[in-house]
Design a protein around this ligand. Structure first.
Ligand SMILES: [Zn+2]
Length: 78
């Protein structure tokens, strides 16, 4: 047998962190972009829906007060 040793596959540098699943950090799959799998996609969707449902259904009917803080900054010259 020859003494040729194949170098172990070097770990790829994390130069493509943007191509990672934002939930678990695994390489994303084009089909489930930007996630790595349907599981992560669904999980994110659930979070999104929950966050939406948590919003109060009653809108705050506070009248908008016109801000009168806009004074003309004209320094009187002497
Ligand atoms: Zn994932």
């Amino acid at each position: 047998m020859s003494g040729v040793q194949s170098a172990p596959p070097a770990a790829r540098p994390a130069a493509h962190r943007r191509d990672r699943c934002p939930l678990c950090g695994r390489p994303r799959v084009h089909r489930y972009r930007p996630f790595c799998s349907a599981a992560c996609r669904d999980r994110d969707l659930v979070h999104w829906l929950e966050g939406r449902y948590r919003l109060p259904a009653v809108e705050d009917e506070s009248e908008e007060e016109p801000q009168a803080d806009s004074e003309p900054e004209e320094a009187p010259r002497t």
